[in-house]
Design a protein around this ligand. Structure first.
Ligand code: TYM
Length: 333
């Protein structure tokens, strides 16, 4: 089914909110760029999403909208495998087995767990704690070579590698040890109102902080115009200039220009004009995605067929690894 010679790329996104510009620049845009040169498998991580309380109908809708958006950004269900994590039971099965090879101390160190448990202090469930183990199962089931993600997933990739190496040391070469692929620019897009924190799709308190890929284009322009900067009127990167640095990053990631080229391009330009140029670049990138998304959303039968075929293709590969793992740990065959 997969081309034996090509490397395998695996990544996933939670349907916990509509994707932000951060999700797009840190992950989706790279997935699109890699999709022709690798065997790519992308999933909607809806099992991860329920580690935080979700409204069921809303989660179901966001899950379907996200797979539609995957196709709208240019992923190709003919060539890439696109599926729902919950459609492939092997994820839950391998996750349990790997839990038995993961130490509490390792999970205790995860910064995302610490952040999420302080944000959702009323619901610190064990799924939130073992979240990285399910993520390791996702990746390892497909004998993944490369995992394209944003900077915030670096620690989860490291624990995935550690778990895989530990398992392989005991049972032989069962899992491929995956490498991360974290882009040079765009790996950490910050909030527009609070550029000291990453832009997050599940943030609801301040909508001006986050650009959503499906935001009205005028709203995107206004959010960028209203973004927080500073008072010295100089366009350059600097730790003392988080707002301007973030806009420069967004501009570079969207246009594909290097950070230096973007900085040079705006030397001596006023903040108003700069923000206008950033907004134009973002809108130019997003407009065709939104058009395609609207077109695809009305094609129910097509989206249904992508979901079904994706689940079948993913299950086939995942079950191969799972069978091997079950045999190694001593389950009856
Ligand atoms: P999630 O859904 O939070 O985010 C999806 C992807 O978007 C990246 N990202 C960002 N990149 C740049 N700037 C930002 N502000 C920003 N915010 C998010 C994330 O790094 C990620 O690549 N645990 C994962 C989903 C997952 C997964 C996997 C990923 C489940 N299983 C297996 C890779 C492989 C997550 O919550 O991503």
């Amino acid at each position: 089914m997969l081309d034996e010679k090509k490397k395998i790329i695996y990544s996933a996104m939670q349907p916990s909110g509509y994707p932000s510009l951060g999700n797009y620049l840190g992950a989706l845009k790279n997935w699109k760029n890699l999709k022709d040169d690798f065997d790519c498998i992308f999933s909607i991580a809806n099992m991860h999403a329920i580690t935080v309380r979700q409204d069921s109908a809303n989660l179901r809708k966001k899950t379907r909208d996200l797979i539609t958006l995957f196709i709208a950004i240019g992923l190709d269900p003919e060539k890439n495998i696109i599926y729902y994590q919950s459609d492939v039971p092997a994820h839950a099965e391998l996750s349990w087995i790997l839990n038995c090879f993961t130490y509490m101390g390792e999970l205790n160190r995860m910064t995302q767990f610490k952040e999420k448990s302080s944000k959702h202090s009323e619901n610190i469930n064990s799924g939130l704690f073992t979240y990285p183990v399910l993520m390791a199962a996702d990746i390892l089931l497909y004998q993944t070579d490369v995992v394209p993600v944003g900077e915030d997933q670096r620690q989860h990739l490291e624990i995935c590698r550690d778990i895989a190496e530990r398992f392989n040391n005991i049972y032989g070469e069962v899992f491929k040890i995956p490498e991360g692929f974290i882009p040079k620019v765009g790996a950490r897009i910050m909030g527009l109102q609070n550029p000291s924190k990453k832009m997050s799709k599940s943030e609801s308190d301040n909508d001006n902080n986050v650009i959503y890929i499906l935001d009205d284009l005028n709203l995107i322009r206004n959010k960028i115009k209203r973004s927080v900067t500073d008072s010295d009127n100089e366009i350059r990167y600097g730790e003392d200039k988080p707002g301007i640095s973030n806009l420069l990053n967004i501009y570079s990631a969207v246009t594909g220009k290097s950070s230096e080229d973007s900085e040079n391009e705006f030397r001596g330009v006023g903040y108003g004009e700069f923000k206008e140029a950033v907004a134009e670049a973002v809108i130019k990138e997003i407009r065709p995605i939104q058009e395609k998304y609207r077109e695809l959303s009305s094609d129910k039968a097509y989206i249904d067929s992508v979901i079904k075929e994706g689940a079948d293709k993913a299950s086939y590969i995942a079950n191969k690894t799972l069978r091997k793992v079950k045999k190694k740990v001593g389950f009856p065959q």
